[in-house]
Design a protein around this ligand. Structure first.
Ligand SMILES: Nc1ncnc2c1ncn2[C@@H]1O[C@H](COP(=O)(O)OP(=O)(O)OP(=O)(O)O)[C@@H](O)[C@H]1O
Length: 244
């Protein structure tokens, strides 16, 4: 049952992202309303160019809307300065990319410690034990002292998920996290992300891969920058009305 006591972790209202192009203004995301609760595991799907990455960028503060509101974990991302956004992003959201984006000259454990080092979120002596615990959680603690190039793609993506968890964010946003993995490894990695949602993280995944459907509690379909379908919409609407 919806619990009106719990405010949505993610709340978009009329979120719009326009770009100036040679052919005139182009709307990558158009008047999107969306509420996502803690613990949801949401797939964002839609054809190429429908606005999925733009939505992921708005949720992580990589881009700001040109109009409308994006509130995540109580923070109005649409109204924050670039510095404030960068600081917030480093602490409160974990981002997972298609191509892992681990730093090649740092070991796996050092990569996972990096967000803690940047934001000084944990005392220095706690950072390596915390990184090792996260790698253990992702079942790759034995790879901690290797460089990323020595790991398989699936292992690198698990390390990237451990890095995303480093500062214990409420929200994990992943843009095609399995797009560079074989299908067995993709299922494994998606299973790990879904398990994080069951433990209370909010997980939002941009994906093309239909075979991952069973991992999600909700699917939001974009087309031409608009939400065309949302399997969680009735519940989200009831919650929003209860909160109004
Ligand atoms: N900086 C920009 N300037 C102009 N147009 C842009 C810009 N960024 C994105 N777009 C356009 O906005 C639309 C949505 O892009 P977006 O990357 O969000 O789509 P997507 O659904 O993630 O696509 P894909 O599945 O191919 O990655 C596309 O038509 C894209 O070309």
């Amino acid at each position: 049952m919806p619990n009106p006591e719990i405010p949505a972790l993610v709340r978009l209202r009329g979120a719009t992202r326009r770009h100036a192009t040679a052919a005139g203004p182009f709307c990558a995301l158009d008047q999107v309303d969306l509420d996502v609760q803690a613990g949801e595991c949401v797939a964002v799907v839609g054809p190429s160019g429908s606005g999925k990455t733009t939505l992921a960028h708005l949720l992580t503060g990589i881009e700001q809307p040109t109009q409308g509101e994006v509130v995540v974990d109580g923070q109005p991302l649409h109204a924050m300065s670039q510095d404030a956004l960068a600081a917030w992003r480093g602490r409160r959201v974990g981002i997972v990319f298609q191509f892992f984006q681990l730093l090649p000259t740092l070991t796996i454990a050092e990569n996972v410690m990096l967000p803690m080092d940047f934001r000084a979120t944990f005392p220095r002596r706690e950072r390596r034990p915390r990184a090792l615990a996260l790698l253990e959680r992702l079942r790759i603690a034995d790879q901690a002292d290797k460089l990323p190039a020595a790991l398989s793609g699936g292992q690198q993506q698990r390390a990237a998920i451990a890095r995303a968890l480093a500062n214990d964010p409420a929200l994990i946003v992943a843009d095609e996290p399995t797009g560079n993995l074989d299908s067995a490894t993709a299922l494994e990695v998606m299973g790990l992300l879904a398990a994080l949602a069951r433990e209370g993280k909010t997980v939002i995944v941009v994906t093309h891969e239909r075979e991952l459907g069973r991992f999600f509690t909700r699917t939001v379909t974009l087309r031409d920058g608009r939400v065309r379908a949302d399997t969680g919409a009735p519940r989200a609407r009831a919650l929003a009305e209860a909160q109004a």
